[in-house]
Design a protein around this ligand. Structure first.
Ligand code: NAP
Length: 504
């Protein structure tokens, strides 16, 4: 394997207990825009590797938990400065390894940097507080305690930002971490691990185990010494992990999963904003965002005009290698992504969708070695319940335009999926967006914006089958700490709350 030619020159290793550890088996990470380019090589870890990492994290927990929040935050601040130093290099790596255009690769790294800065600042925020007791001589406190070893399992589409949503709050609070990056983006994970090591996290505090979900990931989920699992990825895998971990009653699982998101365009919408928001929501990251809008729910009064304007713009979307400045849509991540896109497109036709833009799988010339497809757009003039293509996540540039009569039908259609992640509404009427805000099911809502876009000081997560109520970024500290009550008596006798007698 040493002879493999890699673009980044990175031969990733596992990092366990402060040591870079080689593995007998390895796998290649390929550039989805040109699969002749090997971005790097990473270990195909075994269950034994995963167990070693958990044991190292368990040992490190005993001393790491003794450090102050401020000291831990200082190391996170070191890390933030290294991220800033390497921002451009990392942005290009994200584009090379997961295909999204460079402006999106950079936004991923900038969001990661923001998370590091935000969490470093949290080190000097209150991490508990005093409350009154019924009894004047008692002081009562609500405090946060770390949980122990936390496993962070992350997807490929935000290979830098999403791991940091999970890892940094965990270590700030005194937990130790085993990180399993996606097997599609191991080199981005490796680069993060290099920076963690350089920033000065002590051995065992953050460990990385590469490899497949089925082998390394599964072993981490099942390990008895793991206290919590922070998972971001598909609904099928999230459900499996939640059910598997439930066998151990003490294990906590936070799952952030997929969506069948929508942009609702009401009759009074500014059509320029509507079309822009829909193109960004549908085609940024080639539709491979958990928050991508696969459904455009449009009031019938304006649907023909909206559709014409949307198609005009969608036809102008430039597809290609994300390192080129003029490219809007990079490749899909792999052949499975293309197969899924084709399957959803075929189902849309079978189920009665009117195809308006029959996007092609691009295989010639510059596209020959990548996973490139064009936007696929179809229309249902009337909503059809129980339709696969309108209810299931396609994770690709596959978009339905659905005609509806007014706001109430729009929200009924929006809610008719098992998911509840992201919703955008386009209207000039504050009474209307307020009604939609209160009646649609989602974790992320937007007005006169695309259904995409996150900031780290806001919670990021969904409802229904999109997430189990423990959002990432802001607020994740709740998932990685136990909140404990602690009461101290200052009197020379025992006096109990609720007038409970102390007479023996
Ligand atoms: P995925 O296939 O579910 O994989 C996510 C992670 O889980 C990967 O690291 C994967 O490893 C691992 N994994 C797979 N099987 C496992 C198992 N049995 N035990 C433990 N770990 C396992 O998702 P993906 O394709 O990487 O990402 C796309 C999905 O993520 C979409 O559904 C998208 O909507 C969702 N997503 C959600 C959010 C959110 O915040 N709600 C954000 C981004 C993406 P391998 O890489 O080896 O398979």
């Amino acid at each position: 394997m040493n002879s493999v030619q890699t673009i980044s020159g990175i031969q990733a290793r596992n990092y366990i207990d402060g040591q870079w550890v080689a593995s007998a088996r390895q796998f290649e990470s390929l550039n989805p825009a040109d699969t002749r380019e090997v971005v790097g090589v990473a270990p195909l870890s075994t269950a034994a590797d995963a167990a070693q990492a958990v044991e190292a994290a368990k040992r490190a927990f005993e001393t790491w938990r003794e450090q102050s929040w401020v000291r831990r935050a200082e190391i996170i601040d070191n890390f933030a400065q290294l991220m800033k130093r390497d921002l451009e290099e990392m942005s290009r790596l994200v584009t090379r390894e997961c295909g999204k255009p460079l402006n999106e690769g950079r936004a991923d790294v900038v969001e990661a940097l923001h998370m590091a800065q935000y969490v470093a600042g949290m080190g000097r925020q209150p991490n508990g507080f005093a409350v009154s007791s019924e009894i004047p001589a008692k002081d009562a406190f609500i405090l946060r305690k770390p949980k122990g070893v936390i496993v962070c399992i992350t997807p490929w589409n935000f290979p830098v930002a999403i791991p940091l949503w999970a890892i940094l709050p965990s270590v700030l609070a005194g937990n130790t971490v085993v990180f399993k990056p996606s097997e599609e983006t191991p080199i981005c994970g490796h680069k993060l691990m290099e920076l963690f090591a350089e920033a000065g996290f002590p051995p065992g505090v953050i460990n990385i185990v590469h490899g497949t979900g089925e082998e390394a990931g599964d072993a981490l989920v099942k390990h008895p010494d793991v206290a919590a699992i922070l998972f971001t990825g598909s609904r099928a895998v999230g459900k499996y992990i939640q059910q598997t971990a439930a066998v151990d009653l003490y294990k906590f699982v936070a799952t952030e999963m997929g969506g069948k998101n929508a942009t609702i365009v009401l009759a009074d919408a500014d059509l320029d904003i509507a079309v822009n928001a829909c193109v960004l929501g549908a085609f940024k990251t080639s539709g491979q965002r958990c928050v991508s809008s696969g459904r455009l729910i449009v009031d019938r009064k304006i649907e023909p005009k909206f559709t014409q304007m949307f198609l005009d713009k969608a036809r102008r979307v430039r597809v290609g290698n994300g390192l080129r400045d003029d490219v809007f849509m990079g490749p899909l991540i792999n052949q499975d992504g293309i197969a899924k896109w084709k399957h959803h497109n075929a189902r849309a036709t079978e189920e009665g969708g009117e195809v308006l833009l029959d996007g092609k799988h691009l295989t010639d010339g510059d596209y020959a070695y990548g996973h490139f497809v064009e936007p696929f757009v179809y229309r249902f003039k009337q909503y059809k319940q129980s339709t696969f293509c309108l209810r299931e996540e396609a994770f690709s540039p596959h978009v339905a335009i659905i005609g509806v009569d007014g706001m109430e039908e729009a929200v009924r259609v929006y809610n008719d999926t098992e998911y509840g992640l992201s919703m955008a509404v386009i209207t000039e009427d504050y009474r209307k967006w307020r009604w939609v805000r209160d009646h649609a099911d989602y974790g992320l809502g937007y007005v006169n914006l695309p259904s995409i876009g996150a900031e780290v000081h806001l919670p990021f997560g969904g409802v229904k089958s999109s997430g189990n109520g423990h959002p990432g970024a802001e607020g994740i500290i709740d998932s990685v700490t136990h909140r404990i009550a602690f009461t101290v008596n200052h009197a020379r006798e025992i006096v109990m709350a609720q007038g409970l007698s102390t007479k023996v």
